[in-house]
Unconditional design. Structure first.
Lengths: 246, 286
C-alpha cells in the first residue's frame, strides 16, 4: 500500500501556477523530505493533498483512501508562523486538541485522553512544561509540543510543515530522533524541509520540487549537482554550502 | 443616591428589576461570545454584524414579524456578503467589511425613518434599558440560554478553529460552518442587546470585557468566566449610574467596562503595564 499516491496534481492561486502535473507515490513506513527553493510549492503540496486548498488531480489517495476518508488517520502540523502564540491555552490543553478528531461532536476529553496527552508530552520531553502558556516556550519547545499533539492523534501518516525552522539544535535532535522512532514503528512521515545540508542525513526519500516534480528518490540520487542546479538556479554560493554528490 | 439604595430600588421598582436582569444577561452573553471574537481577530466583524442588524429590524417592523428573525437574516446576509466579496476579488477582508456593513446600516436608517419615529431609531441605536418590557426581558433570557448552550456544546470546535484553523480543517472540521455559527450567535446577541446598549455600542460589550479578561489569564475557560464577570459588573454599575444621574444606559455601561479595562491594563499581574515597566527596569539593571 502507498502512504501517498498523487496523479496529475495541479494547484494555482488566481493566475499563478503553484504546482503542475505532479505525480508521485510514497510507500508506507518511511521518512520523506520535501525540498526545493522558496515558492516551489512544498507547503502547497501537503495542503493540497489534505484538501486544505482547492486543487485539481486525477487521483489523490492517502493510506489507500480518499483524503476525506483518511483524515482521522493523518496528522498535520502547520508551520509555527501560522499559530497565534499569545492564545490563552496551556501546553497540555494544546496537546489534548490532538484527541479532538476522534472525539466527535459534543464529547469532551476524558481522563484517558489526558493521560494520553501527558504520555505524548513525555515522548517529546516536555512534561515539565504542561502548565505553561504556549507563548512562554522557545521555538524548539513549541515545535515539540505540536509534535506531541500529532502523536496524540495516533495517526499513521504525519505531515509536518517546516518543523525545524527557528528550532534550537537540542530540540531538532529530539524531533528527528522521535520521527525516526515513529518511522521504525511503521508510520509514514512527510516533512517540508528547507535546509539541504541535513537532508541526506535525515530522510529515506527526498522529493525535490520546483512548481513541478524535479526529482524523487533516495537522497544520494536526488542531491545531484545537476538536479539541484535545475531547481535552485545557478546560485553557486548556495551550492558550495551543500555537500552535493556529483 | 448610594449603591445600596439603588439595590433597594431594584426590589421596589419592577422596571428597574427588568432592566437589571436584562443588562446582566447581556453582559454575560456579550462577554462570552466576545472572547471568541477577539481571539479570532474579528473585532471589526463584530462591529459590522451588529450594525447590519438594523435593516433587518426595520423590515421586521414592516412585515409585522418578530424583529429578531429579520435581524438574523440581514446579519447573516452581510456576513456572507463580506466573505463573498473578499474571496472573489482582490479586496481585502477589512475593506469588504467596511463597504458592506455601512451599506446595510445606511439602508436600515432609511427604512426605519420611513416606518418609525426618530425617537424609535434613537432607542435602537443607543438602547433604553429602563423601558424594557417583559417580552424583551424574556427574549433576552431565551437568547442567552440558546447562545450559552451553543457555546457549551461547541466549545471544542470553537476552541480548535480559533487556535489552529488549519489543523481543524485538516481533520475535517468545517471551519466555515463554525464561522457562520459564530456569526449567527453574534446577530442573536446584538438583538438581545438592542434595549440595553443599542446597536452602536454593543461592540464595546463584546470586546472590552473579553480584552480585560485576556490580560488576566492564560486559559480560555477562565477567560470566558472572567469576561462574563466583567460584563456583569459593567452592566450593574453602569445601570446604577444611568439610573442615578439620568444618563444614557448604554453609554454608562460601556464606560464602566472601559474603566475596568484601564485598571487591568495597568495593574494586571501577568500582562499589565506596571509589570512590563518593572521587568524592563530589571533587565536594564542586570
Amino acid at each position: 500500500m502507498y502512504a501517498i499516491e498523487v496523479e496529475q496534481l495541479n494547484v494555482s492561486y488566481f493566475e499563478t501556477t503553484a504546482l503542475e502535473k505532479l505525480s508521485v507515490r510514497f510507500t508506507a513506513g518511511q521518512l520523506v523530505g520535501i525540498i526545493g527553493p522558496n515558492g516551489a510549492g512544498k507547503s502547497t503540496f501537503i495542503k493540497a493533498i489534505m484538501g486544505l486548498i482547492p486543487a485539481g488531480a486525477k487521483t489523490i489517495t492517502l493510506l489507500g483512501q480518499s483524503t476525506k476518508e483518511a483524515r482521522t488517520r493523518v496528522a498535520y502540523v502547520p508551520q509555527r508562523s501560522a499559530i497565534d502564540w499569545d492564545f490563552p491555552i496551556r501546553v497540555l490543553d494544546a496537546v489534548l486538541i490532538g484527541c479532538y478528531p476522534k472525539l466527535g461532536l459534543f464529547k469532551r476529553p476524558t481522563k484517558q485522553h489526558r493521560a494520553l496527552a501527558v504520555a505524548c508530552l513525555e515522548r517529546v520531553g516536555m512534561q515539565d512544561y504542561a502548565n505553561r502558556q504556549i507563548g512562554e516556550l522557545s521555538g524548539g519547545q513549541q515545535q515539540r509540543v505540536f509534535l506531541a499533539r500529532a502523536l496524540a492523534q495516533e495517526a499513521e501518516l504525519l505531515l509536518l510543515d517546516e518543523p525545524f525552522v527557528g528550532v534550537d539544535a537540542g530540540s531538532e535532535r529530539v524531533i528527528i530522533d522521535l520521527l525516526r522512532t515513529l518511522r521504525n514503528e511503521g508510520k509514514t512521515i512527510v516533512v517540508v524541509h528547507h535546509d539541504l545540508s541535513k537532508a541526506a542525513d535525515y530522510f529515506d526519500t527526498l522529493m525535490l520540487l520546483n512548481r513541478q516534480l524535479v526529482a524523487v528518490g533516495p537522497p544520494k540520487d536526488v542531491l545531484h549537482a545537476k538536479t539541484i542546479e535545475g531547481a535552485y538556479g545557478n546560485s553557486l554560493a548556495f551550492l558550495q554550502k551543500v555537500e552535493v554528490t556529483s | 443616591m448610594n449603591f445600596l439604595t439603588f439595590i433597594e430600588a431594584t426590589f421596589q421598582y419592577d422596571f428597574l428589576q427588568k432592566a437589571l436582569i436584562t443588562s446582566v444577561m447581556v453582559g454575560i452573553i456579550c462577554g462570552v461570545i466576545g472572547c471568541f471574537i477577539i481571539l479570532r481577530g474579528m473585532s471589526l466583524m463584530g462591529d459590522a454584524i451588529s450594525h447590519a442588524v438594523l435593516p433587518g429590524v426595520a423590515i421586521s417592523y414592516l412585515l409585522g414579524i418578530n424583529f429578531f428573525i429579520g435581524a438574523v437574516v440581514t446579519g447573516l446576509l452581510t456576513a456572507l456578503g463580506i466573505g463573498f466579496v473578499s474571496q472573489n476579488s482582490r479586496i481585502k477582508n477589512d475593506t469588504a467589511i467596511g463597504i458592506l456593513f455601512t451599506s446595510a446600516f445606511a439602508l436600515g436608517i432609511i427604512l426605519i425613518s420611513f416606518l418609525r419615529s426618530s425617537s424609535d431609531l434613537y432607542h435602537i441605536l443607543f438602547g433604553n434599558v429602563l423601558a424594557v418590557r417583559p417580552s424583551d426581558m424574556w427574549m433576552t433570557l431565551i437568547i442567552g440560554i440558546i447562545v450559552l448552550g451553543a457555546i457549551y456544546l461547541f466549545y471544542k470546535e470553537l476552541l480548535v478553529t480559533s487556535f489552529d484553523p488549519t489543523m481543524a480543517a485538516a481533520y475535517g472540521l468545517s471551519t466555515r460552518l463554525v464561522h457562520y455559527l459564530l456569526m449567527t450567535m453574534l446577530t442573536l446577541v446584538t438583538v438581545a442587546s438592542l434595549q440595553t446598549v443599542g446597536i452602536i455600542l454593543v461592540v464595546a460589550m463584546l470586546i472590552t470585557p473579553a480584552a480585560t479578561a485576556y490580560l488576566l489569564t492564560n486559559r480560555l475557560s477562565r477567560m470566558i468566566f472572567l469576561s462574563a464577570g466583567f460584563g456583569t459588573i459593567s452592566s450593574i454599575v453602569g445601570l446604577y449610574f444611568s439610573f442615578t444621574y439620568n444618563l444614557s444606559s448604554g453609554a454608562s455601561i460601556v464606560l464602566v467596562a472601559t474603566a475596568l479595562f484601564a485598571l487591568v491594563f495597568v495593574f494586571s499581574p501577568r500582562h499589565g503595564l506596571l509589570r512590563k515597566w518593572k521587568s524592563s527596569k530589571k533587565e536594564l539593571t542586570t
